[in-house]
Design a protein around this ligand. Structure first.
Ligand code: BTN
Length: 262
């Protein structure tokens, strides 16, 4: 896999330090360790199987060995740490675009960072911060894409899908990884111009599955309903409620459709 990815890689820095494992606990944990040991900006870890894959909000991420892309990218940003969570949305745009280039499927984004196709989840992203002893920080962006999965466990089959199930053909994982790195680099360059999402806001909102739909905001401080009106330049979801517009910060909050996943 490593050789095949390197052959296809056209990015300058993303994925240029590359590690591919048959099995690991979590690629996010691997990148954290590598960053602590001095790995370079853009270090990428891929695994065919994870025994302790992590999802958002403390959930686990289960993936069939060899059928998915489980990868984590390590970033050493120059901008301030409060902006780091926006990289999640930058990666969502990059993965969406990469899927479009490699498979022709035009997906949508469920705020903040799920890639969905016809209402079903194809990809999840988990971003974590790594604080160094010297006050610097780095960011780990973990991406799980359901690529060649043929069948999902019954309990998630109505909310999960794969590129294989949508295209009825296998997708070359190495090509998709290389395209994700190329696209991430391009979106990242546009993000750092203003150090916020103002350059990407329109594009993001154009493919936002929640736009102008009723959503339930699952805030640990209390759930509420509203209508999603798109993201602002810092990636917060603007939700119109009876009490006015509320800006929802991703952190521990999640949104659902009022009647289901989207
Ligand atoms: C979610 O939707 O809950 C986020 C899922 C993120 C899964 C990926 S798989 C590669 C990386 N390593 C992990 O342990 N998690 C992320």
């Amino acid at each position: 896999m490593e050789k095949r990815i390197l052959e296809k890689l056209t990015s300058v820095w993303a994925g240029r330090e590359l590690y591919c494992y048959d099995e690991t606990g979590s690629t996010n944990d691997d990148v954290k360790k590598l960053l602590e040991d001095g790995a370079r900006h853009g270090v990428l870890v891929l695994a065919d199987a994870q025994t302790a894959g992590k999802g958002r909000r403390g959930r686990s991420w289960v993936a069939e060995p060899g059928q998915t892309i489980a990868m984590s990218l390590g970033i050493r940003p120059d901008f301030s740490v409060e902006k780091a969570s926006m990289l999640t949305l930058v990666m969502a745009l990059a993965v969406r675009e990469a899927i479009l280039h490699v498979t022709g499927l035009s997906c949508e984004i469920k705020w903040p960072n799920d890639i969905v196709y016809e209402g079903k989840k194809l990809c999840g992203i988990l971003t974590q911060l790594c604080l160094d002893k010297d006050g610097a920080y780095s960011v780990i962006i973990g991406v799980g894409i359901n690529v060649n999965v043929k069948v999902f466990p019954q309990e998630i089959s109505d909310i999960a899908t794969s590129l294989y199930l949508e295209k009825q053909q296998e997708t070359d994982r190495a090509s998709l990884v290389a395209e994700c790195m190329k696209q991430f680099e391009a979106y990242y360059a546009r993000f750092v111009l203003k150090e916020d999402l103002s350059e990407l806001q329109k594009e993001y909102n154009d493919c936002l599955v929640n736009l102008d739909t009723k959503v339930k905001v699952l805030d640990p401080a209390g759930e509420y309903d509203g209508v999603a009106r798109g993201i602002d330049e810092s990636g917060q979801l603007l939700v119109e409620t009876a009490d006015g517009i509320k800006a929802v910060y991703a952190g521990e909050v999640s949104v659902r459709g009022v009647y289901g996943y989207v």
